[in-house]
Design a protein around this ligand. Structure first.
Ligand code: ATP
Ligand code: MG
Ligand code: MG
Ligand code: MG
Length: 478
């Protein structure tokens, strides 16, 4: 079953259960300053869960464009390393706004997976929040999942409600206990079942999360009960497609085959004659992943820049470009893959096809800019790596950032490939020093009666989010 067909089957199934099919919202959330990018299907319904907004329906289903490259849910560093993470992916979801609750949510999920997608029941594992006896009983007694494949997951990740089975949209907002469905890809893949010490392997892959929305978490950490218990679910389309297409990695599904081929063609075409990029290289996967994230953010109006969303876009684009450089590309190639992306996804998301020329042009410009400095930057980084230390110093990382346009997470990405780390604290110190100097210069200009150019306060909201994204304070505040 192709991804497009899976998407339709999901939406039609929930339509047959009385759900309204609702279009995906943009990846840039319209009016939510707590969110960098849309990270789940429920985002567009946040106010409905909170009771601030009412819809004509109490059941909805969507296929939502999501980006997880910042904020609470950040998978940028997983891409290229796991079989299951993307920066951009599609989340299939069904929602109940004070309508059905645990019993129906679980029953629907099981019916869809086993009767319509024909997944073998014995390959499915489920997890429930440790204290949620009700969900446990429904799985065990109503659905009939044997106790040995139901795992209770508690608050062992650092405090109450820090469990993988207590889902939060961000530090604030709707949240609640959840139950998750995993698919066992078989013993030839490394990794243990959910809840075991080696659960992070890729054998048991989480495919579907059913969240029982019950609370609104406010900034002070207090959990307020929602007006009505609700349901919010999310299933990664690409992960389900991998299962249904009998492949292990998301990158082997139909939508990625064409993108990977286009990425290889573009890289080889931008490299010296005879270049033959390894078609199995993780770098090609990173490029194929990142073209989706970059294109869909540009569709929604983001352009590469030095702060906020624009900086996240720049970081993702430059990471992809660096991976192309690693495979041999010496001139712009990344923007050429947009055409194949439109082939793959333009029908499901017409806004992509409509913006094709603009997306291509924006990426081309960003590439042209970065190709001016990447070779010299890489030389400096290679020289630092050649010293054989276990860490690249903060001053070098700062110089790469400041003079060669290497976001520090890009430097860290190269270092990680070599088993080396970056001195983040040293980098931050150098950044702060520069900020202080800029501030002092700004004050001087003000005092001299020159035009004030500072816009720092406008970006503090994102500064925090971007910090989280890269786990360092790699953010420009002009
Ligand atoms: P994981 O533990 O694998 O990182 P998650 O628990 O962070 O996933 P949820 O927040 O529960 O994911 O999101 C719901 C569903 O969305 C997941 O069950 C998965 O199928 C899908 N999903 C989440 N993150 C990604 C991603 N980065 N790429 C592709 N699919 C994803
Ligand atoms: Mg995750
Ligand atoms: Mg998880
Ligand atoms: Mg999950």
């Amino acid at each position: 079953m192709k991804a497009a067909e899976i998407r339709q089957t999901f939406l039609k199934f929930f339509e047959s259960k009385g759900h309204q099919i609702v279009a995906s919202s943009p990846v840039v959330p319209g009016d939510d300053p707590t969110l960098l990018f849309t990270n789940a299907g429920m985002n567009q319904f946040k106010d409905v869960f909170l009771g601030f907004d009412k819809r004509a329906y109490t059941r909805a289903t969507t296929s939502q464009k999501c980006i997880r490259a910042g904020g609470k849910h950040n998978d940028l560093d997983n891409v290229g390393y796991t079989a299951r993470h993307h920066t951009f992916f599609e989340m299939l979801g069904n929602f109940s706004f004070g309508d059905y609750f645990k019993h129906d949510a679980i029953s629907y999920a099981w019916e869809l997976l086993t009767k319509h997608f024909h997944l073998p029941a014995e390959k499915l594992w489920v997890t429930v929040y440790a204290e949620d006896d009700e969900a446990y009983e429904i799985w065990n007694k109503v659905v009939g999942v044997p106790a040995e494949r139901i795992v209770r997951i508690g608050d062992n990740k650092g405090g109450r409600y820090m469990s993988d089975n207590f889902w939060m949209m961000g530090d604030t907002g709707p949240c609640g206990p959840c139950t998750e469905i995993f698919y066992d890809h078989g013993p030839e893949v490394a990794g243990g079942p959910p809840g075991s010490p080696n659960e992070d392997g890729d054998r048991y892959i989480e495919i579907w999360n059913n969240v029982f929305m019950q609370f609104n978490r406010t900034e002070d950490g207090v959990m307020h009960k929602l007006p009505k218990p609700s349901v919010d679910t999310g299933m990664g389309l690409e992960r389900l497609a991998a299962v249904l297409q009998h492949v292990h990695s998301n990158y082997e599904i139909d939508t990625f085959v064409g993108l990977l081929a286009a990425a290889k063609t573009a890289v080889d075409g931008a490299a010296p004659a005879g270049n033959d990029a390894d078609k199995d290289s993780p770098s090609l996967k990173v490029i194929a992943d990142h073209i989706r994230a970059c294109s869909f953010t540009i569709v929604d109006g983001v352009i590469p820049g030095n702060e906020g969303r624009g900086y996240v876009l720049r970081r993702i684009a430059r990471r992809a470009i660096r991976h192309g450089y690693k495979l041999g590309a010496r001139k712009p190639f990344f923007h050429q893959i947009v055409a194949e992306l439109v082939n793959q996804m333009g029908d499901a998301y017409p806004e992509l096809r409509q913006a094709q020329t603009r997306v291509t042009e924006v990426l081309k410009q960003e590439e042209e800019r970065f190709f001016q400095t990447i070779a010299n930057g890489m030389e400096i980084l290679e020289a630092a790596l050649a010293q054989g230390h276990s860490q690249v110093d903060g001053e070098t990382a700062f110089k790469l950032h400041d003079t060669y346009g290497f976001p520090v997470d890009l430097t860290a990405d190269v270092c990680r490939e070599r088993g080396v780390t970056v001195d983040q604290a040293g980098f931050e110190a150098a950044m702060n020093r520069q900020r202080e100097q800029a501030r002092a210069a700004g004050k001087f200009k003000m005092a001299a009666g020159l035009e004030y150019q500072g816009t720092a306060t406008a970006f503090h909201g994102y500064e925090h989010l971007v910090c989280e994204t890269s786990k360092v304070t790699a953010v420009y505040v002009d």
